[in-house]
Design a protein around this ligand. Structure first.
Ligand code: NAD
Length: 332
């Protein structure tokens, strides 16, 4: 079965081909790799394939799904957990098989959240540059001891739990909020309502999915509930945060630090080298001017272990589809 792989970076090709080697000879898949993202214009590249394999910023709205279906595409394989970029109603109407990778090394994303927290708290990103320039002054690099501080986890699923465990291990008091709480959080921290979590936490880390309910969960009103000087961390999805409201909270000095691995308008920026280009996104550029803001380009998932798991599970999903078997990772 031929599969068109969109947003394919060299590492995607490497790990998918390695996983394909483990599929028995006859059952091996044929992949056509395209480094461009999927949208209505690029959807024609899938001509001749029966499946598309896509990532977080590929667009799978109704017009794109209809175009793909018209070309003979019958399956959509997401190389990620989130599926907010897929119009599931349209996919169902067209009878498309949609599967995702629900879990792959949640610790990879949790550890990246920790990397952001530690970097921003102790300003090692600024210290690195200073020391290389021979400036050994400490002024402006003052951090806070994390031990004994309160961290709030919004969404205590797989990644939220992994983050909570690490923070707990560092001696933080951990609070959690989740409308569907799991007993796995017992013994790690205390489940509280969202407003209480925001009011009590020194660090608020977002780990819930982007849905119509969670869109702009962090907004003017929720930011006002946060402790003055607190840190907001988002490694989940950009749409959870109203960036304009966050900028106002940073300018007023109410929000102490912002660390993001995801950004609402990231599809125009992330996973590309724009270092020689003019960046038109003024909101993003404003964020870049704050010394207390740290941005990474959606790399929370980016460990060798996670990429191996993503590729193996994606091929498993494709095999289930090809062989007409029930797929546990099918998105309904
Ligand atoms: P998960 O499904 O295991 O956990 C999500 C949790 O959020 C669930 O417990 C759910 O009950 C909870 N939730 C749902 N609605 C909520 C709400 N309104 N408020 C608070 N909690 C709510 O998912 P996961 O594997 O832990 O992944 C979490 C998110 O991380 C994904 O949705 C994805 O967007 C993001 N992610 C980011 C990266 C990255 O590279 N930065 C990688 C993987 C996943």
């Amino acid at each position: 079965m031929k599969t068109a792989v969109f947003s394919a970076r060299p590492y995607d090709r490497h790990f998918l081909e390695a996983a394909n080697q483990h599929v028995g000879g006859e059952g091996r898949f044929e992949f056509a790799y395209f480094d461009v993202g999927l949208d209505l214009t690029t959807s024609t590249l899938a001509q001749g394939s029966e499946a598309v394999c896509v990532f977080v910023n590929d667009r799978l709205d109704a017009p794109v799904l209809e175009a793909l279906h018209g070309q003979g595409i019958r399956a959509v394989l997401l190389r990620c957990a989130g599926f907010n970029n897929v119009d599931l109603a349209a996919a169902e109407r067209l009878g498309l098989f949609v599967a995702r990778v629900p879990a792959y090394s949640p610790e990879a994303v949790a550890e990246h959240a920790l990397a952001l927290i530690m970097t921003l708290n102790r300003q090692t990103h600024r210290a690195y540059n200073r020391v290389r320039e021979g400036n050994f002054m400490l002024d402006g690099l003052l951090g806070r001891t994390l031990y004994g501080r309160t961290a709030g986890i919004v969404g205590t699923g797989k990644i939220g739990l992994a983050t909570a465990r690490i923070l707990r291990g560092m001696g933080c008091n951990v609070l959690g909020y989740d409308p569907y709480p799991s007993s796995a959080f017992d013994g790690i921290g205390e489940m509280v309502p969202l407003a209480e979590l925001l009011a009590r936490s020194d660090i608020v880390s977002l780990h819930c999915p982007l849905t119509p309910d969670t869109h702009h969960l962090i907004n003017e009103a929720s930011l006002a509930l946060m402790k003055p000087g607190a840190m907001l961390v988002n490694t989940s999805r950009g749409g959870l945060v109203n960036t304009d409201a966050v900028i106002r909270a940073l300018k007023s000095r109410h929000l102490g630090h912002l660390a993001i691995d995801v950004y609402e308008q990231e599809s125009a920026l992330f996973f590309q080298d724009l270092s020689g280009e003019i960046i038109d996104d003024d909101v993003f550029q404003r964020l870049m001017t704050f010394p207390n803001v740290l941005v990474t380009g959606h790399q929370g998932f980016f460990t060798a272990e996670a990429l191996q798991e993503i590729s193996a599970i994606t091929l498993g999903n494709l095999t289930d589809f090809a062989e007409g078997r029930a797929c546990p990772n099918k998105v309904a």
